[in-house]
Design a protein around this ligand. Structure first.
Ligand code: NIG
Ligand code: FE
Length: 429
């Protein structure tokens, strides 16, 4: 694993030369015809970073003029990447990193034939409640750095292993120390002390718990699934979160069919995550949510279908059918769902590899979904692409093309990472 540093100070103007294949993800691509290659690819490219943003991107043959126009002086630093591929930093729009404890025994038992059930979440709840702030903080930072070393420069993370007013407040507060993309998931499962009174727990979530958590969070989420929360309970949680000023995202249709996807679309959720078990109506609702945006008749974005193939890998379940969603015109993101139960991996490269190998996505679609798709799922227009003005979040791959992310599964191909224009991961010097 490459070293991760967190340098402070200014953002040196940096010119990256010798890029064999530059994926830019032109920002207009979201509304393009689904049949189009959604990625802008420039070969033999250069990229200029300045002030934490992309200042210029294009063919290296045009870079002298580009740098002169964008910067008006020589860059502070010139880096050659010797023909390697460059992609935008991965945008992981779904993780659960505020936790303590270990569930490797559960994984081992599952691989020996025991099925996955949502109830294992309670094991992590007990360990998380018992952990000190510093232990939770250390775990969070370790996982964020682990993700960054693998090219994840934007990361959403959730509460959901506290499930009491104090433990959920602590979870979102600690999460806000490492990311702006914090999600309040008090409605993850019903905790043991409310096992006979799930509606009473929902009262707590939409009342005192939301009141103390909302100031630390940007999003509200609910696990709408048999064994977790009903569609009616989920609606209460999401509507209360929205009324408190939070954006809506939903866990749904993971373990079986249900109303969660249609509820998410109805409520204008930014994303509905898992989407493993979808009806034709669910697919049509997800695709239809983008209709106004695509035609230019509305500026509200639709609901992204976020697929989490680490879950199907780690629970040995059938993968979601990405091809069906894409062919219907839905917008698809890929995320890790990094959590100690159903998917304990922070590797977005693995998500790309699984999406290509198992879910019918092309390499271009999978890389787009892991970068620009994640940005759509977080309603962010500053990340997930490398056009001028975008955040200078850049991943250099130790390979001549992004295809190697899927072609060489499991190989640590990240050669370097810039976040906000600062080099945070670099090869040994
Ligand atoms: O996204 N689906 C609900 N929550 C997590 C699982 C968390 C766990 O098993 O601890 C998920 O897969
Ligand atoms: Fe999740």
């Amino acid at each position: 694993m490459r070293e991760v540093e967190h340098p402070g100070g200014s953002h040196p103007a940096t010119l990256i030369l010798g890029i064999g294949e530059l994926t830019t993800n032109a920002p207009g691509a979201v509304g393009d015809d689904p049949g189009d290659d959604p990625t802008g690819v420039v070969r033999d490219a250069a990229l200029l970073l300045d002030g934490g943003r992309v200042a210029w991107a294009g063919p290296e043959s045009a870079c002298a003029a580009g740098v002169e126009e964008a910067l008006g002086r020589a860059p502070d630093r010139v880096v050659g990447v010797e023909g390697r591929a460059v992609v935008p930093g991965f945008v992981d729009s779904h993780s659960h990193l505020v936790f303590a404890g270990d569930r490797s025994g559960e994984f081992e038992a599952r691989m020996a034939g025991r099925p996955y059930a949502a109830g294992g979440i309670r094991t992590t709840v007990a360990a998380t409640r018992a952990a000190s702030d510093d232990a939770l903080r250390a775990g969070l930072r370790r996982h964020v750095d682990e993700a960054l070393a693998q090219g994840t420069t934007t990361l959403e993370t959730k509460s959901g292993y506290g499930l009491s007013v104090a433990d959920e407040e602590r979870s979102v507060r600690l999460a806000a120390e490492v990311t702006d993309e914090v999600t309040f998931l008090g409605a993850h499962v019903v905790p043991p002390e409310f096992s006979g009174d799930p509606d009473g727990y929902v009262d707590l979530v939409v009342g005192d718990m939301l009141a103390v958590c909302a100031p630390h969070a940007r999003w509200v989420d609910v696990f709408c699934e048999t064994g977790a929360f009903t569609p009616e309970q989920s609606r209460r949680v999401l509507e209360a979160g929205a009324a408190a000023g939070l954006g809506v995202r939903v866990h749904a249709n993971q373990l079986g069919p249900g109303e969660g996807v249609r509820l998410a679309v109805e409520l204008g959720a930014a994303a509905v995550d898992h989407c493993t078990s979808l009806s034709d109506d669910d697919v049509a609702a997800l695709a239809g949510s983008w209709a106004g945006f695509r035609s230019g008749s509305g500026d509200a974005q639709g609901t992204v279908a976020t697929l989490l193939p680490g879950v199907e890998f780690s629970t040995r379940q059938p993968y979601p059918d990405a091809r069906r969603l894409l062919d219907a015109g839905a917008v698809v993101a890929l995320a890790s769902d990094c959590n100690p139960g159903s998917s304990y991996t922070s590797s977005m490269s693995l998500m790309v590899a699984l999406a290509v190998r198992e879910m019918g996505m092309t390499v271009a679609e999978a890389v787009w979904a892991a970068t620009a798709g994640g940005a759509c799922a977080l309603r962010r227009d500053d990340v997930g692409h490398l056009a001028p003005g975008a955040r200078a979040d850049v991943v250099v791959i130790d390979a001549p093309s992004r295809t190697h992310l899927a072609y060489r599964p499991g190989v640590p191909l990240v050669h370097g990472v810039w976040k906000d224009g600062r080099e945070v991961v670099h090869p040994p010097r």
